[in-house]
Design a protein around this ligand. Sequence first.
Ligand code: UD1
Length: 427
Amino acid sequence: MDRILIRGGNALAGRLPISGAKNAALTLMPCALLSEEPLTLRNLPRLADVDTFGHLLNQLGVSTLVEGARPEDFGRVMTLRANRLTSTVAPYDIVRKMRASILVLGPLVARAGEATVSLPGGCAIGNRPIDLHLKALEALGAEIELAAGYVRATAPKGRLPGGRVHFPIVSVGATENAIMAAVTASGPTRIDNAAREPEIVDLCRCLVAMGAAIEGIGTETLEIEGRERLHGATYAVMPDRIEAGSYACAAAITGGALELVGARADEMRATVDALIAAGVTVEERPGALYVAAKNGIAPLELSTAPYPGFATDMQAQFMALLTRANGASVLTETIFENRYMHVPELARMGADIRVSGRTAVVRGVDRLIGAPVMATDLRASMSLILAGLAAQGETQVNRVYHLDRGYERLEEKLSAVGANIERVSDG
Ligand code: UD1
């Protein structure tokens, strides 16, 4: 199994390219199910999750063609074509690897009149049920059955009628499923308390490019007029705001200065505001975001919230950053109930963090010390990379497959801006 070795202490400096957004890619790829014509996605990140999603779509009969990608390029162009579906089943083997597989449920039932998807089961960052996905599809007219670990959704007359969806809490994935199911319904749909994440805006824009009729994009109320069919399109995946935020923290924790090429401040305002509140310099430059920290890190009080609030996907990285603050910070996780698994690992590197329920108090320490560590999820793994970049001595981050799910060529990007980092393989 691969490991990442970091010798900490180098201030990072230079230009670092930001890849296409993982979470946008994972909701844009299933849009291919909605049309017989090809969907071409540009700026698709090279990530394990994107490959896994591609395999899932292949099993349903969608062809995926990757064009002109040279090994030295970041990002890929993929053409997905679902002219004839050969299966409507997303099997356990794939769904257990990647929760986002549930995002085929809405578009599959819309296209084929039925869909069977394995229940995702538990996951490292909490319970993560799919009840809201199912309630939304029911509101659009699907019949839902649960049996033998699978959920089956059917459209009684072969096509969903559409309807009114009101989400009791904001869910990114359930909003995405509802949108994808509604765009080809026979009637109109209204979605209240929709998630407003930039990835949802990206999804809506791609669907509009495919001929969908969606009003209220970027707001909490979406009105969708179902269309008989969608056509093909070419669409570029948005830049990854979480990757950009993670590397902004890398600049900050090492006292360095990075130009994050392709990052868009308006899609990550809460992260930018938190960095500025911590005393970090953040400047918008044409096509890039410049982040520099020269005067130490000030402590913060931060609480995660749905967009436009502070992203839960940035919590672990800020926790790493705040271990080096001059004072005590308070972090509150309101989205997932079990998202502090990085805390004991950061503590092994010398961090002073006390967790009580959903709140963590982080007291800044003078130094972190390298250690062998491992994490159980993607962003937690990134928090250990950040701590390793700032720590004295060597940090060995195990279970690198988590990072490969969400950070395109991490060690290459970081070593190009001065980090002492390498991947080693036991084999
Ligand atoms: C997406 C992101 C993930 C991010 C999260 C919150 C993808 C592939 N993943 O995950 O990186 O951390 O948004 O920004 O885009 N919930 C229910 N029932 C449901 C669905 C969700 O109770 O049916 C709860 C969840 O347990 C959680 C909250 O709703 O407490 C928000 O989760 P949700 O927004 O659905 O997250 P995901 O779409 O899974």
